[in-house]
Design a protein around this ligand. Structure first.
Ligand code: PNS
Length: 164
């Protein structure tokens, strides 16, 4: 059983995240989308809301025979991966600017858990500039994000802003 985790903040999930999930599926039997519970980051969505959104948009991804599970975690990614019996950590790389940060994380995670490999995947170039932070900023300021985040996520963002 080849099991991987795909950790992240997912605040909110974007089409770039979905693209990485789609590309990971042929490589693994099971992927756990691991939503970091990090209240210090002052997220727009609670960890439960982020997990719900991911579950809602997952059916749009073609997964082949791969089973995709959504879970949340606190603490170290490497600890979560080990307790789940994962042998890989999936991360998406968009541009060279992501590389340095991702390399440091991958090497630290390898130091912590030498048996677990980080697998970097490149999202489609149409998402190379898409990040959750940028999507939130543009949406909050009234810009169009259609095609960059799933429609279900966009409507959750609309509701969230109305409630604020
Ligand atoms: O979506 P993000 O915010 O880029 O994801 C970053 C994430 C969650 C993968 C990273 O912050 C992380 O792994 N946090 C958990 C704490 C941890 O393990 N820190 C050491 C990483 S080497």
């Amino acid at each position: 059983m080849r099991r991987a985790i795909f950790p992240g903040s997912f605040d909110p999930p974007t089409n770039g995240h979905l693209d990485i999930i789609k590309r990971s599926c042929p490589l693994f039997d099971e992927i756990i989308i691991a939503v970091l519970n990090n209240p210090d980051k002052n997220p727009l969505f609670s960890v439960e809301e982020r997990c719900d959104m991911i579950r809602e948009i997952l059916p749009t991804v073609s997964k082949g025979g791969c089973s995709v599970i959504v879970d949340s975690f606190s603490g170290l990614t490497a600890d979560f991966a080990r307790t789940k019996g994962a042998t890989a950590i999936v991360r998406g790389i968009r541009a060279v600017s992501d590389y340095e940060y991702e390399l440091r994380m991958a090497l630290m995670n390898r130091k912590l858990e030498p048996e677990i490999e980080t697998v970097f995947l490149m999202a489609d170039e149409e998402y190379s500039y898409v990040s959750s932070t940028l999507m939130k900023q543009v949406f909050i300021l009234g810009g169009r994000v259609a095609g960059l985040i799933p429609e279900a996520v966009e409507s959750r963002m609309r509701e969230k802003l109305k409630a604020q």
